[in-house]
Each structure stands twice: as structure tokens, then as C-alpha cells.
Ligand binder design. Sequence first.
Ligand SMILES: [Ca+2]
Ligand SMILES: [Ca+2]
Ligand SMILES: [Ca+2]
Length: 236
Amino acid sequence: MRLLSSSESTMLEYRLLVLAGLVWVCSCAEIAPASELDSRPRDRTEDDTNTEVTDDSDSDGCPEDPLKTEPLECGCGRSEADADEDGVLDCKDLCPAHPNKSAPGVCGCEFTDVDADEDGVMDCEDLCPTDPNKTTPGVCGCHFAEGPCPITGEALVGYYERLPVENDWHKVNVTLEGGALRWGNAAGVSWSLNLVDGVLTTGSDCPYDVKTVGIETSGGSTVTGLTFNAELYVRR
Ligand SMILES: [Ca+2]
Ligand SMILES: [Ca+2]
Ligand SMILES: [Ca+2]
């Protein structure tokens, strides 16, 4: 065996050091933690560009909605709230502020769809909501059929005279107060009147007792006079 010269020995030591350094670098790369590798800068690829917007970084079902991890009933980006607590979520509730309705229906969110008289027209559109035979008052009003309108207490109110006027009993005012009809003459005497089914009678407080009072009309609905004790009192 030949002994190495000093220069040969130095070169051999250098080569051994370089070889040891390479082995150390390789071993470090193999055992580096995944997180450390992930954090290292890397070149962008075409795939990176395509997935940049929809990157599901937290691996849930709503990657762009920080408040949800799955679509549930309303979908990503929409709340699952039920503000009026009617059991229909806001995203599906067309009346989200009205617990009695989840859709406007006929009457809108604020009003219930009720047809009290069951005539097929909801109360919100029925101008005679308690009259199943009419949906508008017409000429005669709700609860009265059209045609010759029945005489109402309001139609009787007015001033009447028996002609020729010979005394204050021939000057009469018919009044209606609180639903009560009264006959009152200029002599200061008055009594009650009753109107039932279009028939007018004096009350028992009348000095002539209970009598039928005839109603004279023009066109069937305008009162032109009253007949009392066989005398005509003309409306003035
Ligand atoms: Ca609701
Ligand atoms: Ca109705
Ligand atoms: Ca009606």
C-alpha cells in the first residue's frame, strides 16, 4: 500500500465533505413536514388559475359563504332565518313579516283571505261582506235586492205638511235618532214610528193608537208623502 501525499490526502477529505453535504441536503428534503412544503412558494400552473375563484379552502359545501358549511334549504349565500316564526323560512316566505301568511293570496300579506258570507268573493274585495247575495251596494244598498228599493228609515226623514195647513198639527217633522223614527208636529206633540219590512206604523204612544201610515213614493224609492188618518201629508 502506498502512502498518500499530503496534497492527495487534502483532496480526499474535501471530496468526502462534499459527499456528506449532498447526503444531508437530500435527507432534509425527504423529512420536511408537509406544512412546510405547502408554505413554500411555487410556480402558478394553469390549474391554479382555473381553481382560484372556487377554491374550496375549507373543504365545505359552501366555499364562498363564511356562515354556512352546507346549502341546507335556502342554499349557499342565503340565510336560513324565519323572521316571522311561521315555520316557512324567509327564503321561501313571500310574506316574511306576516306570520299568518306565507303568500299574498288574494288580499295581500296584511289581510287574511276570508270570505265570511261564502259568496266566492273575499272580504277584502266584497263591498257587501255580510250579504251573500251582493258584492256591491248598488242603488238599494247591501241586504236589499236591486229594483224598486225598499223604503228605509233614512228615506222617511223630512218635513211634511197636510194641505191646506190649518193648524200646527199639520206641520210634521219625521226624525231618525239612534235608529228610532219619530213623528213630531209643530204643536209640540210627538210619537214613535215603526218601520218593519217596508210597512210604517205609529207606536203605542201615539194618541191615535197604532195605525198604519201610508208611504207615497216617486220611482219606488223617493218618499213624496205620508198618509195618516186618511189625510195626505206632502213632503216639502
Ligand atoms: Ca316565515
Ligand atoms: Ca264574500
Ligand atoms: Ca257579499
